[in-house]
Design a protein around this ligand. Structure first.
Ligand code: ADP
Ligand code: ZN
Length: 758
């Protein structure tokens, strides 16, 4: 062998299987040159062949006979050494199966899926939604009594706006004539190929970027630039109020990295919700930008990945998984809206893009910038303790200050109505109604937020008290009026709406709890002349729907935009001068330690949509808990006071950022066995803690999860709490290795640094 530095003849391979281990194989001499860390290989596994990634080469014999690699699939590694280390760190830190981490890091089709990428783009008949997404009222008008067509249309929406005709026929059972009916009504079209469009392609021309930074922005830019030139740049937290011009600072910072011959990674919570951010990046960097988002086809993702790896595009903007983007030598990594929960993946590997950004930054000597108006308490705490640099933009960059926020006390509204002998109005209170009316008269736009979809959230029998809940999950069903169905928001199971109570026969059932559909209806009644647009998961299922709907708002074809949290993020519409929060208490009442933080963030974010143009903005928040600290702080735009109070509140129960948390969830179909398995996992954890004197780790539980059954699986959990990170890691890796797969179809999920404990 000429290459003396090479190890061998064994290697460890990560296979995309749900087990916390990699597998030993032998490298035959013929493949010795090609087999390098980071290349994909084909190996025998059981009776089949599988594709995996070489993690490392080793001269150490595994101590038993191992099989040989059959084939090396790549000439160049699909993962650079830095990305390989990032993947291994992710697997270790989260105790996640290494092969699943590698799969998450690569474009679809490269791993664990033996079809070459792009074959699903084969020619075949595809039915696709055409035209504008339909509002509730438009649906009623379009479909009239053609119920089956409406169902087919909504099925199509729910699968992302397009599907093959054979899938619609075979899987969902819609006949050709029903599908043809959709085409006749002009709401869908049928074509011979999959139509893949980037809804944001080509836009960006009409975006005007400010020519000069203001003084504060210049200072922040100078500080960030200096930090990025340090040998170990580390992490900077940029707290800037909504509209302070954080994006403009990012653009300059990236331009400087490019000038130095480096590249950049920008993460955003959800591409579809932040089209304007993407447009500004396009305007600034043109063809140097690659956009990675979930609406891309596998082929498109693969193309973007290849262009980035080849250095043809040097700036990537994408959602959480773009932290693995193969850009060579990133100089800056930016997480915009760093507090957003979508940066945490909710299934295995349950990584947080913010944690990975810090690790990748260290590996690549890149500066990591975390930007937010309302930083996560974790990041705020890290900045306070000097682990992150802290930079602030306290004022808006535009002429208008932050909007005035006022509270509408729903209890008072109710009492006043009752005194006057009127029916109380809880959806649009009199002050909110007046404020909207004034906007309509002045031809300004309003945004109304309610973070709960559907028509009403409970169906109850007033006679016997029965609440309709999901048969598979322990949650109540939401009534969706457009679909005329009860729907489970956890497993998507649907049921017809009963005409009477099946327990006691009562005919008058009660619908309670307001959702966005009902708000839409009420607003349409109150303001019959207004042009209303609802945006929530139910109206934005089609491909590119977000972009099209938001474009309507931008063109001022909409007077009132209403919807869930998806309308709260990153939008910059100068015509919006009023924001109304229909019920701020929705999120406050969740049994989760982040409930207050999430509510504060949401209020601050949605309030930030008002008054971004020439006219000052106004925000009205309806609530029955006006004295809650999260609301009071939002009223004053006072992040720091909120953070201080919330940090103090979390100290006694030992929640993050004071303690590190791991949530261990045991699930299975038998309640009894799940409880037993949870008890035994807890006992093991306690034993290890004792035996190894890991006295810092506290094992709490087990107990049933707040939602104790989802998709017919019972769920119990236990919490590990610790002030430090290291022992916690060792403990969960032990559990993953030895208790990763409890018997009897049960599952153990390990959720390190959980975003929620539901
Ligand atoms: P953020 O990302 O902090 O919410 P943006 O970067 O979106 O803020 O900026 C908010 C608005 O202010 C945008 O319309 C932007 O064009 C404008 N803006 C930002 N910086 C400046 C500046 N230096 N001069 C003029 N306008 C600016
Ligand atoms: Zn369900």
């Amino acid at each position: 062998m000429t290459d003396t530095g090479r190890m061998g003849p064994f290697c460890r391979i990560a296979l995309p299987r749900p087990v916390f281990q990699s597998f030993a194989y032998r490298v035959p001499p013929a493949l010795a040159d090609a087999a390098r860390p980071g290349v994909r290989v084909r190996v025998p596994f059981g009776k089949r062949h599988e594709i995996g990634v070489i993690e490392e080469l080793t001269s150490e014999a595994p101590g038993r006979k191992v099989k040989k690699i059959l084939e090396v699939l790549d000439r160049e590694p699909v993962l650079s050494p830095a990305l390989l280390r990032l993947c291994r760190w992710t697997s270790e830190y989260y105790a996640a199966p290494p092969g699943l981490v590698f799969r998450a890091a690569l474009p679809p089709g490269l791993l664990g899926d033996s079809r070459p990428a792009g074959t699903e783009e084969l020619k075949r008949q595809v039915i696709e939604i055409a035209g504008e997404p339909l509002t509730l009222l438009e649906r009623d008008r379009t479909f009239g009594r053609a119920k089956r067509q409406r169902e087919a249309f909504e099925t199509l929406e729910s699968v992302g706006g397009s599907a093959t005709v054979s899938h619609m026929e075979g899987h969902y059972g819609y006949s050709r004539s029903v599908l043809a009916g959709l085409v006749d009504r002009g709401v869908a079209r049928i074509s011979m190929t999959t139509v893949t469009r980037d809804p944001f392609a080509g836009s960006g021309e009409d975006v005007v970027l400010p020519a000069r930074l203001n003084e504060r922005q210049e200072q922040v830019l100078a500080a960030l630039t200096a930090q990025s030139l340090e040998p170990e740049p580390g992490v900077a937290l940029l707290r800037g109020v909504t509209g302070s011009g954080k994006t403009v600072v990012y653009l300059r910072l990236i331009a400087r990295a490019l000038e130095r011959g480096r590249s950049a990674i920008v993460l955003v919570p959800e591409i579809a919700l932040t089209p304007q951010t993407v447009q500004r990046f396009r305007a600034a960097f043109g063809d140097d930008i690659a956009v990675l988002h979930s609406a891309l086809s596998a082929g498109e993702r693969h193309d973007a990945w290849r262009a980035l790896r080849a250095g043809e595009r040097r700036v990537v903007i994408g959602t959480r998984s773009a932290i693995f983007a193969p850009v060579p030598d990133p100089g800056v990594i930016i997480l915009d809206e760093e507090h957003d929960g979508s940066y945490k993946q909710s299934d295995t590997p349950r990584y947080h893009a913010r944690a990975l950004a810090a690790v990748r930054g260290r590996e690549e000597e890149a500066l990591v910038v975390l930007g937010s108006a309302t930083p996560s308490l974790e990041s705020w705490h890290n900045a306070a303790r000097g682990r992150y640099a802290l930079l602030q933009l306290p004022d808006r960059a535009t002429p208008n200050p932050l909007p005035a926020v006022e509270i509408v006390d729903l209890r008072e509204v109710r009492n006043r109505a009752l005194e006057a002998g009127e029916a109380p109005e809880s959806i649009v209170s009199p002050p909110l109604r007046e404020a909207v009316q004034a906007r309509l008269e002045r031809r300004e736009q309003s945004i109304l937020l309610l973070n709960r979809r559907g028509y009403s959230t409970f169906l109850q029998c007033p006679a016997c008290g029965k609440v309709w809940s999901c048969r598979s999950c322990n949650v109540s069903l939401t009534f969706h009026r457009a679909r005329a169905r009860l729907v489970c928001h956890h497993c998507a199971r649907e049921e017809p709406v009963p005409g009477s109570c099946n327990e006691c026969g009562e005919a008058e059932l009660q619908f309670t709890g307001v959702g966005t559909e009902q708000v839409e209806r009420r607003v349409a009644e109150l303001f019959p002349a207004a042009r209303i647009l609802r945006m929530d998961v139910d109206t934005t299922g089609g491909k590119g729907a977000h972009g099209r709907l938001l474009e309507k708002v931008r063109r001022r074809e909409v007077d009132i935009l209403l919807g869930t949290q998806m309308i709260a993020k990153g939008l910059d519409f100068p015509g919006v001068t009023l924001v109304g929060v229909i019920n701020a208490d929705v999120g406050l009442n969740l049994p989760d330690f982040r409930a207050a933080e999430r509510t504060f963030q949401l209020l601050a974010q949605v309030a930030g949509r008002a008054g971004r143009g020439g006219v000052p903005g106004e925000v009205l928040v309806q609530t029955a808990r006006p004295h809650h600290p999260a609301l009071q702080a939002a009223l004053q735009h006072d992040y720091e006071t909120f953070a201080e109070a919330e940090l103090a509140d979390r100290e006694p129960p030992g929640y993050p950022p004071h303690r590190r948390l791991v949530n261990l969830i045991v699930s299975g179909t038998s309640e009894e066995r799940v409880a037993e398995a949870a008890e035994s996992t807890a006992a093991t954890a306690r034993q290890i803690v004792e035996r190894h004197a890991l006295s810092d780790i506290q094992v709490v539980g087990p107990a049933p999860c707040p939602i104790d059954r989802i998709r017919s699986r019972w769920r119990w959990h236990l919490l590990l709490k610790s002030p430090g990170a290291r022992d916690l890691g060792a403990l969960i890796r032990y559990l993953a290795r030895h208790h990763g797969q409890p018997a009897g179809g049960m599952r153990l999920e390990i959720d390190r640094d959980p975003e929620a404990l539901l």
